[in-house]
Structures are given as structure tokens and as C-alpha cells.
Design a protein around this ligand. Structure first.
Ligand code: GDG
Length: 476
């Protein structure tokens, strides 16, 4: 296998496996944000991407796709259950999102997590050229940086954490809290969404290892008695904003937006929520607030409709099954109480849609509700803003989403404060066009100026700087 100067390591490969009616296998580029973010970099760098191909026990040899070498990592059905659904999605995910759901600490999950991280690290070590650069993605692979550094000290290693890093009081619950920090500290650059996440990480390192930290630098001791610098810093992720602008300009998408309004019975105002069906997104809190506004008579179904897209997610994890039941019960209650034959209170869509349909929904919506209880960034907030080429519409944004750091002109809410959320929703519904325009222009400037290309560029520049420092150290 040829080796690459630049290697991305992520839980999933950037492609989905499709089997057609004749049983013929092919690969299709997956629609995810990370794939879009890294596409230009991968093309420029002649890179490789190490990841799971989806599915159990798939034996797939490395192959070329769109100029990138894809290196599949095999997972057994048991490993998917223990490493992915268990340790990643039922331990790290709830713990790192402020224990909104109770994390479960199971030793057999951890053992599988270590084993699978090792396999990813070995595949990356094999794929990377001497002196190359490796960029590890997200919480499923927190041990990879250290494992990789031990196997290949010549490499420059970056890691980006897409989800929050919790305060020490919560993080310290983790039975393997030291091993995870050591794993992450194997990287030269450790990127977070918010300044607060990088701060929480540095504090955990100080508490558990007593290493010296200075601004964004952490002095990691080496065996020879000296230290090396690991950079732990915020690099807020973004979207490919211009692709949303293009879609929003498309007459077909605009016509579809009008059609959506008509299909809903032309309510005066449309509210929209778009989320993976996840307990971090605050969907129940949102439904509660909207249900109370109907109950109080502040809004009526002829006037206002809430469209909630809840795309299916992690359906084999118990907490997600339970959440789905709770949400569907709440939607059924509100609709049962308030629907008329011609109008619905909540149009609930448990489904995934093509990007064009999402943008049509953004254009149809007067108010976008992002009410996450905790969220690394929340790209939906940025997508809504990018799509509003008419400078209209209002973004209601939780201060617990990373996006709140940048999107200061949104109507900010604390989703735990139901009365506060109700007031904010009413304010958004009644906001005069001039104020909408003023806020939206400020939001759009922010999102269009800092798009995802800037994000990857700034991370990779930090990584290149680390590489230069390393080269100088070796030369000495
Ligand atoms: C994690 C972090 C961080 C959703 N439904 C459909 C659909 N989507 C798209 C959205 C958006 C993406 O999925 C979701 O991204 P978010 O950022 O909102 O949330 P997570 O999935 O939790 O992502 C998060 C992110 O990583 C990146 O670092 O921002 O905080 O939790 O792009 O539009 N897309 C389509 N159909 C759907 O039905 N096409």
C-alpha cells in the first residue's frame, strides 16, 4: 500500500456502501459535514482516510475514491455494540453532554474501545508516510493520538473534538479519566469547539497530572526530563456556507419553500426545528414551550405551525428508543388537543431528507428553534443563517450550543427556563422585519466570513506550525 503525507482518521469513512437491486456493490460519497469540510484538503494533499466502512465484519481492501485512498477498518458485530453503541454513544456521549442522560460505565465496553482504538491507530501508522501528518477526529478515537505517537514518533498528530468537553466535576466520574487524557495528549494540536471546552480540558490535565499549562499550551513531560508543547485550543467548526447560498438561490428550492407553506395551510408564521433525534437537542423542552403557548392562547394553530424534523439516530441505544417514545407521546398530545381538521400544531417528521428539501424548509421557516441542552457547535443554526439570502427570519439559539459564542445576534435562550423560552419564541414570532434584517445581516456576515474552509485551514496551519517546531527539535 502506498503511504500518504496526510491522513484523516475518523470513526466512519467518507463513503456509504450501496448495494443495488442486482446485488452490485458500490460506494457513494456520504453527505456529512466533515466530508465536505475535508474534501478540498484531501484533494490537494493526495491524502488517505482511515475509517469504518459501516456494517459488521466487512472485509474490504483499501481502495481509491475521488482521488483519496480509503482504508477500511473492520468491526465485528460485537465491537459495534461494545465500542460504538456502548462506550462511544452510551458512555462518552452522555458524560460529555453534561450527563443529560446517565452515562453507563461498563468495563467490557472500555476493553473493546481500547482494542478498536488500537486497530485504528495501527491502520493509520501503516497509511502515513515518514514525517507525515495525521488528523484524528472525535470522541470515538480519543486513545489514537497516544497510540499513534508511540508507534510513529516521526508523525505530526492533530485531534479535533466535535462535542463538548465537560467540567472537571463531571469528567472525573469517568473510571478511565487518566487514560483518556493521556490518549488525547498524544496529539500535538488538540482542537475544541469552544474556548470553554479547551479550558475544561486543560483544567482536567492540571488536576490529574499537575502539568503546567500556559494560555493554550500544555507542557507534556518527556522521558528525557524535558517537555514538549501540546496546543489545546478552540477551532469552532463551520459549514460550507456558499453551497447553502447557492441552494437558496435555486428557483426550484424557492418554489418548494412556497409549496411547503401551502401544504401547511399557509399559517402566518412557521417555526422549525431540525435535529437528529437526540436527548442533547432539547426537543422535549421545545415541545413543552410550544404546547404551553397554545394552551395559554398566545398562539393558535391557524396562525402558527411548528415543523419538527427529527432524523432517526442511534436507534439501537435504549436511551434513544425511550426519547423517541417520549417525543412522540408529547407530539400526539399537543396535536390531539389543538389540531383542527384543516390545521396542525406540530408537523412531526421522523425522517431524513435531501439537502435541497432542508434548504426549502429553512426558507419556509420564519423562526428557527435551536434549543440544545448541550451541543458542541450545532451546524443547523449556521445552515439556517446561510440559507436566509433574503435577510429575513429569526434564529432562536440556546446558549448551551457552541454556536452561541459566535452568533451573538440570535435571540438567546436558556432551554431549561421554559417561561424564558416561551417569551423568546413570542418575541421571534412578533419581530418586526427591520429588526429581523438587522440581526440576520450580522449573523450572515459571521457565518459567511468563517466557513468550514477557514476552519480546516486554521487547524492545519496550527498543525503545520507544530511540525516545524518538531523538525527544529530533531535537527538540534
Ligand atoms: C456533531 C456535534 C457539531 C439533520 N437532519 C437531516 C440533515 N441533518 C444535518 C444538519 C446538519 C447535521 O445533520 C447535524 O449537525 P449538528 O451540528 O446540528 O449536530 P450533530 O449531528 O450532533 O453533530 C455538533 C457537529 O458534530 C460538527 O462538529 O456541530 O455539536 O454534536 O448538517 O443539516 N441533513 C439532511 N437531511 C436531514 O434530514 N440532508
Amino acid at each position: 500500500m502506498s503511504q500518504a503525507e496526510f491522513v484523516v482518521v475518523a470513526n466512519r469513512l467518507p463513503v456509504d456502501r450501496v448495494v443495488d437491486a442486482d446485488g452490485e456493490l458500490s460506494w457513494r460519497r456520504s453527505p456529512g459535514g466533515l466530508v465536505t469540510a475535508l474534501e478540498p484538503v484531501m484533494k490537494k494533499e493526495d491524502g488517505a482516510w482511515v475509517g469504518w466502512a459501516g456494517g459488521a465484519d466487512l472485509e474490504v481492501e483499501p481502495f481509491e475514491f475521488d482521488g483519496t485512498l480509503l482504508v477500511p477498518v473492520k468491526l465485528s458485530a460485537e465491537e459495534i455494540e461494545l465500542y460504538y453503541e456502548g462506550m462511544s454513544n452510551d458512555t462518552f456521549w452522555p458524560l460529555y453532554h453534561d450527563v443529560i442522560a446517565a452515562p453507563r460505565y461498563r468495563r467490557i465496553w472500555w476493553d473493546a474501545y481500547v482494542r478498536v482504538n488500537k486497530r485504528f491507530a495501527e491502520a493509520a501508522a501503516e497509511a502515513a508516510a515518514p514525517g507525515g501528518t495525521v488528523w484524528v477526529q472525535d470522541y470515538q478515537l480519543q486513545l489514537v493520538p497516544k497510540m499513534l505517537r508511540e508507534a510513529r514518533p516521526d508523525l505530526t498528530i492533530g485531534y479535533f473534538h466535535h462535542i463538548p468537553f465537560p467540567a472537571y466535576g463531571l469528567y472525573s466520574q469517568l473510571p478511565w479519566r487518566k487514560q483518556v487524557l493521556e490518549g488525547l495528549l498524544g496529539a500535538d494540536v488538540i482542537g475544541f469547539q469552544r474556548v470553554a471546552d479547551a479550558g475544561n480540558f486543560a483544567r482536567a490535565v492540571r488536576r490529574l497530572f499537575h502539568y503546567t499549562t500556559k494560555a493554550t499550551g500544555i507542557a507534556v513531560p518527556l522521558e528525557n526530563g524535558t517537555t514538549r508543547n501540546a496546543l489545546a485550543k478552540a477551532f469552532p467548526i463551520s459549514i460550507d456556507a456558499s453551497s447553502y447560498v447557492e441552494l437558496a438561490k435555486d428557483p426550484k428550492v424557492q418554489a418548494r419553500a412556497l409549496e411547503i407553506r401551502q401544504e401547511l395551510g399557509n399559517p402566518r408564521k412557521i417555526l422549525l426545528g431540525v435535529d437528529r433525534l437526540d436527548y442533547t437537542k432539547g426537543i422535549r423542552h421545545r415541545l413543552k414551550a410550544f404546547g404551553e403557548l397554545l394552551e395559554d392562547g398566545h398562539v393558535g394553530v391557524e396562525d402558527v405551525t411548528l415543523v419538527q424534523v427529527a432524523s432517526p439516530s442511534r436507534e439501537r441505544v435504549e436511551a434513544y428508543m425511550q426519547l423517541r417514545d417520549e417525543i412522540e407521546l408529547a407530539v400526539g398530545r399537543v396535536n390531539g388537543d389543538f389540531d383542527t381538521t384543516g390545521h396542525t400544531a406540530i408537523r412531526y417528521l421522523h425522517n431524513s431528507y435531501p439537502r435541497e428539501e432542508m434548504v426549502a424548509l429553512f426558507l419556509a421557516a420564519d423562526v428557527m428553534l435551536v434549543t440544545a441542552l448541550r451541543d458542541g457547535m450545532n451546524l443547523v443554526a449556521k445552515e439556517y443563517v446561510a440559507a436566509r439570502i433574503d435577510n429575513r427570519g429569526t434564529l432562536v439559539l440556546s446558549e448551551f450550543a457552541g454556536a452561541a459564542d459566535e452568533l451573538a445576534s440570535a435571540v438567546r435562550i436558556n432551554p431549561h427556563d421554559i417561561d424564558g423560552m416561551k417569551d423568546a419564541i413570542m418575541r421571534a414570532i412578533q419581530m418586526p422585519p427591520a429588526e429581523q434584517g438587522k440581526r440576520m445581516r450580522a449573523l450572515r456576515k459571521k457565518v459567511l466570513d468563517s466557513d468550514v474552509a477557514k476552519w480546516s485551514e486554521s487547524f492545519l496551519t496550527a498543525l503545520a506550525d507544530a511540525r516545524t517546531v518538531k523538525a527544529a527539535r530533531v535537527a538540534r
